[in-house]
Design a protein around this ligand. Structure first.
Ligand SMILES: *Cc1c(COP(=O)(O)O)cnc(C)c1O
Length: 227
């Protein structure tokens, strides 16, 4: 199957979920996740009208940026080590994986582009210790510390819940994220983004209020493991 037909199937899935859960499709942004995909594939995606990409690995993203037209909106969706923060501040429009005051202070200081860097704070759900992100209370405290930083615009939260099989299990986690999002939104007028849902659980995410789904394999096909 080619990209055009996967894209149209994906739009059908989003449309079906929106009618099932009474959501307006215009309120759900599709962020194509292009990690491990080739420049040729990204160019094909641009030709299909896609204008933003989520990338997990900063060096890989920079190599692609050089070969794609200007004006694409790049989202950093992978962990950011301190020594890579400058690259994110200088080359991305969004950083969705902010999970410490130190990181957001560096991003603020290193942002040079005239436009604010859009950020999402990463919410940790479940109790696996390996995954990054902040517990709800810590996330709300960090939000307060970010709002007055120059060149940073707090847009919302991003979450990557523990693996869940049934839609009920998936919705259980996403409902928790929505609660935190609503608290953020009630406090800060710039907050409009609840980034949750991937290829396997976008319906559950849409049911629970997602405003941005991050889609890799359903759009680009199965990924080759990263070398
Ligand atoms: C890879 C990735 C995605 C996309 O996952 P798919 O299951 O391929 O849709 C979304 N978000 C993050 C943070 C990812 O790392």
């Amino acid at each position: 199957m080619n990209l055009a037909s996967r894209l149209s199937q994906l739009h059908q899935r989003i449309g079906a979920a929106c009618s099932m859960y009474q959501r307006n499709p215009a309120e759900i942004r599709l962020l194509p996740v292009s990690k491990t995909q080739s420049v040729a594939t990204l160019k094909e995606a641009v030709a299909q009208g896609l204008t933003c990409f989520g990338e997990n690995y900063i060096q890989e993203a920079l190599a692609k940026m050089e070969q794609l037209p200007a004006g694409i909106e790049w989202h950093c969706i992978g962990p950011v080590q301190s020594n890579k923060s400058r690259l994110v501040a200088e080359h991305f429009s969004w950083c969705q994986t902010v999970d410490s005051l130190k990181l957001v202070q560096r991003l603020s200081a290193q942002r040079s582009d005239g436009k604010d860097l859009n950020i999402c704070l990463q919410l940790h759900l479940g109790d696996e210790t390996s995954k990054s992100g902040l517990k709800a209370a810590d996330l709300l405290a960090l939000a307060q510390a970010t709002v007055n930083l120059p060149r940073i615009r707090l847009r919302g939260l991003m979450t990557l819940p523990p693996p869940a099989i049934t839609i009920e299990q998936q919705r259980y986690w996403f409902a928790q994220a929505r609660e935190v999002f609503l608290q953020l939104q009630s406090r800060y007028p710039t907050v409009d983004t609840l980034s949750m849902g991937m290829s396997a659980d976008l319906e559950a995410a849409i049911a629970e209020g997602s405003t941005m789904i991050r889609i890799g394999s359903a759009l680009f096909g199965a990924r080759e493991p990263k070398a």
